[in-house]
Design a protein around this ligand. Structure first.
Ligand code: ADP
Ligand code: MG
Length: 468
């Protein structure tokens, strides 16, 4: 079972053969505790949703609240479950999954949630946004390492993984995880002083403080006397030399006093430009974890959770369509759900698949263009010719302005015109990682909104490629 082996002690012999439901239910409950401790995070989330339904002919019948949950759980966890219940029982036991739409996701989870609702959180740390927690973060293979690391940090602030840097493209959950660390610590260690801020607010506050001596000393005192400092989007600090200098001293003071520091960034530290090396070295100490875009199953789980949280009524087939096609990031996924739900409310009827296709045009890249025969090499060739730079420079590391722009545009066009994933594009661009690729795509998207000459360049190269 997953390479692990377990030794179980069974308190009393179970009367499996006679089909004692009490016993099979009790075996199931023990199995849940073991599975919740031993399975990887990506599988645990499915276990939480299972309900014990009944015993039938010596088999355990388990239910899930939708067909999607049933199929995914069956695919991912059936073998683990059967191994565990069989080991507990000391004989082979099979499980079968059914759908029971009347069931809540999990009685265990529900009780926990009710308890939590009753306990009014006393927040001393007003910079935190309470809507983000580990409980409402769905972890998949794309995020389980970052998710687990953040939980360990929250449970033992200042002792392990200090500092920690979470990096990844837009909308992948960096802020969610950072705030969850703060909220968890605030709930379990209410005396700890926690500051959540963005690098932009930190910069503005610092500039503001320069007006007087009192202000600067209260700024320093504020940031150097915390137990936990959470700074979001540190890429914003590029080119802000004095703020970097201030953060450098803040960092050292906190670090030397074993205070927890967690930072987020939209790309790996190595890709940051215009940040002093000594600050980069500080950021790279400790643990660096990345967030990747979620796979289909995780997108489905996130979408279903968002619908439950926000009371959206969206048909299963439509949800599947959304999750198959909106694959960029979780923010876009949320945007697609909100668009459809608002549409349904406005027209007063449920959204059909055809309506969804029409409404989500902006979220989904047209397959007709993506299926063309354009290769990444063709894109690099045309872009290099347009900007009069060498093709190998586009794949290289030169920081020359013209080459960097041509590189970003090549990546953007590769994401627009080919069906390669961001990671695949990265590999073909001399092994750049997916986050760097996503950064280029986002960068060009935002430039296209404001810079007509670059928009014209991109359109010309694109048209040439489509005509070729
Ligand atoms: P980032 O800071 O990386 O740009 P955010 O943390 O702001 O992204 O996430 C964008 C939105 O997507 C937020 O509403 C967040 O709650 C949601 N989100 C992102 N990842 C997940 C996840 N794994 N599970 C649930 N919600 C998520
Ligand atoms: Mg963010």
């Amino acid at each position: 079972m997953n390479g692990h082996s377990y030794c179980f002690t069974v308190a009393k012999p179970f009367d499996i053969i006679s089909g004692d439901m009490e016993n099979l239910n009790s075996i199931w409950q023990q199995a849940v505790s073991i599975l919740e401790e031993t399975l990887p995070e990506s599988k645990k989330q499915w276990i939480k949703r299972i309900n014990f339904e009944k015993e039938e002919n010596g088999k355990i019948i388990l239910s899930l609240s939708s067909n999607f949950y049933k199929e995914t759980t069956e695919k991912n966890c059936k073998a683990d479950i059967e191994n565990t219940v069989s080991e507990i029982a000391g004989c082979e036991i099979h499980v079968e999954f059914i759908v029971n739409t009347a069931r809540k996701p999990s009685p265990k989870q529900t009780t926990k949630e009710i308890k939590k609702e009753k306990k009014e959180p006393v927040s001393h740390n007003t910079t935190l946004n309470k809507q983000y927690s580990f409980d409402n973060f769905i972890s998949g293979d794309n995020s389980s390492f970052a998710f687990n690391a953040c939980k360990v940090i929250a449970q033992n602030p200042g002792t392990s993984f200090n500092p920690c840097l979470i990096y990844g493209g837009v909308g992948l959950g960096k802020t969610h995880l950072l705030e969850s660390i703060g909220n968890y610590i605030d709930e379990h260690n209410p005396k700890m002083k926690i500051i959540y801020t963005t690098a932009e607010s930190f910069t503005n506050e610092f500039i503001d403080s320069l007006l007087s001596k009192e202000k600067i000393s209260s700024f320093k005192a504020k940031y150097r006397n915390v137990d936990v400092l959470l700074i979001d989007d540190i890429h914003f600090l590029q080119k802000k030399d004095s703020t970097q200098e201030e953060l450098f001293h803040t960092f050292n003071e906190l670090y030397d006093n074993h205070k927890q520091i967690v930072l987020t960034c939209d790309r790996p530290i190595t890709e940051l430009t215009d940040i002093t090396d000594r600050l980069k070295t500080r950021f790279r100490k400790g643990l660096n974890v990345d967030l990747q875009p979620p796979a289909y199953e995780t997108r489905m789980a996130i979408a279903m959770q968002k619908c439950r949280e926000r009371g959206y009524q969206i048909d299963q087939k439509v949800l599947e369509y959304i999750c198959q096609n909106v694959n960029t990031n979780v923010r876009d996924l949320e945007g697609a759900l909100t668009t459809l739900s608002s549409f349904a409310t406005l027209v007063g009827k449920p959204v059909t698949l055809d309506i969804a296709k029409e409404q989500l045009k902006n979220f989904i890249v047209t397959p007709a263009i993506r299926n063309s025969d354009i290769s990444i090499d063709m894109i690099i060739h045309s872009t290099a010719a347009y900007f009069n730079v060498k093709e190998y420079d586009i794949k290289g590391k030169s920081r020359n302005k013209n080459i960097t722009l041509a590189r970003h545009i090549s990546v953007y066009l590769a994401s627009e015109l080919t069906s390669y994933s961001l990671s695949e594009i990265g590999k073909m661009m001399n092994g750049k990682d997916h986050t760097t690729i996503m950064y280029s795509v986002e960068k060009i998207k935002s430039i296209l909104e404001t810079d007509d000459s670059i928009k014209q360049a991109v359109d010309t190269i694109k048209q040439d490629l489509l005509n070729s």
